[in-house]
Design a protein around this ligand. Structure first.
Ligand code: SF4
Ligand code: FES
Length: 235
C-alpha cells in the first residue's frame, strides 16, 4: 500500500487526475455576483472531508467533481500538458496609464472569471483613473480576487509584486453565469508545490501562474468539461 506523503504537494498523473498529498484542505468557493451578474467576491460554502491523499478531477468528466471518479479511464482522456510553460514575466505587460501603482497582465493565464471589470468599465479603463485612491483600492481588490493570477500589481517600478495573503488550500470554484452556476477552476493557493506528470516541478514566480498554464490539458480553451487549475500566492 502506498505510504501517505506528509509533504503537501500536488502531482499531475499522466492522462489522469491531480493527486493531492499532505492533507491539503479542500473547500468550495462560489462567486458572489451583482444583480447585473458582475463578479464581486468569493464565498466559501463548503469544506470537504478528505484523507491525507485524494484525487481531483482533471478531465472534467467526473460525476463526483471536484473528485476523480475514474471516468478519465473509460473516456480515454488525453491529459498531455501542452500549455506554454514560460514564466509569466516572459508574457506579462503593464497597462499604460497606471498612476501610483503598476498593473500587469498575462492574458495567457486569464480564465475569464470576470473579477477585473464592471459592466461599465474594464481594468484597462480603470487603471487610467488610479490617481484617485478609491479607484486604486478598487483595482487592487479586483486583482486580489483574480483566481488565475493573470493580473498582478506593484506599487512602483522595480518593486516586487504584492500578493494577497491566501491560505494553503485548494478551492473548487463555482462560477455564476447567466445560465446558472457551473463548475469552475480549481484554485490553488499558499505556495503548494506542484509536479508535472514528467516529474518536473512547475515553475514558480511571485505567483505560480506559469504552473496554471502547464497544468492545463490539451483543451484548455474553456470548452465544456475542461478542468483548470489556477495557482496563486506562491512565494
Ligand atoms: S481570471 Fe483574472 S484577469 Fe481573467 S477575467 Fe478573471 S479576474 Fe480578470
Ligand atoms: S480525472 Fe478522473 S474522472 Fe476526471
Amino acid at each position: 500500500m502506498e505510504k501517505p506523503a506528509a509533504e503537501k504537494k500536488i502531482v499531475v498523473l499522466k492522462n489522469g487526475p491531480f493527486m493531492v498529498y499532505g492533507g491539503i484542505p479542500l473547500v468550495r468557493k462560489i462567486q458572489i455576483v451583482s444583480e447585473k451578474g458582475e463578479p464581486l467576491t468569493w464565498k466559501k460554502v463548503e469544506t470537504y472531508q478528505t484523507g491525507a491523499m485524494y484525487r481531483l478531477c482533471r478531465c472534467g468528466l467526473s460525476k463526483r467533481r471536484p473528485f476523480c471518479d475514474g471516468s478519465h479511464v473509460d473516456s480515454g482522456f488525453d491529459g498531455t500538458e501542452t500549455a506554454d510553460s514560460a514564466p509569466t514575466t516572459a508574457r506579462e505587460q503593464t497597462f499604460p496609464g497606471c498612476m501610483h501603482l503598476l498593473v500587469k497582465h498575462d492574458d495567457y493565464l486569464c480564465m475569464e472569471s470576470g473579477f477585473c471589470g464592471t459592466r461599465w468599465s474594464t481594468m484597462q479603463q480603470l487603471v487610467q483613473l488610479t490617481d484617485d485612491g478609491g479607484v486604486r483600492g478598487q483595482v487592487i481588490g479586483m486583482i486580489e480576487r483574480c483566481p488565475s493570477g493573470s493580473l498582478t500589481y506593484a506599487m512602483a517600478e522595480g518593486e516586487p509584486d504584492i500578493e494577497p495573503d491566501l491560505p494553503v488550500q485548494i478551492a473548487a470554484t463555482t462560477d455564476i453565469l447567466s445560465e446558472g452556476p457551473v463548475e469552475g477552476a480549481l484554485w490553488v493557493s499558499g505556495g503548494i508545490p506542484v509536479e508535472r506528470a514528467d516529474g518536473r516541478a512547475v515553475q514558480r514566480g511571485q505567483r505560480s501562474v506559469p504552473g496554471a498554464a502547464e497544468l492545463r490539458g490539451p483543451d484548455a480553451d474553456g470548452e465544456a468539461g475542461e478542468a483548470e487549475v489556477t495557482m496563486d500566492n506562491q512565494q
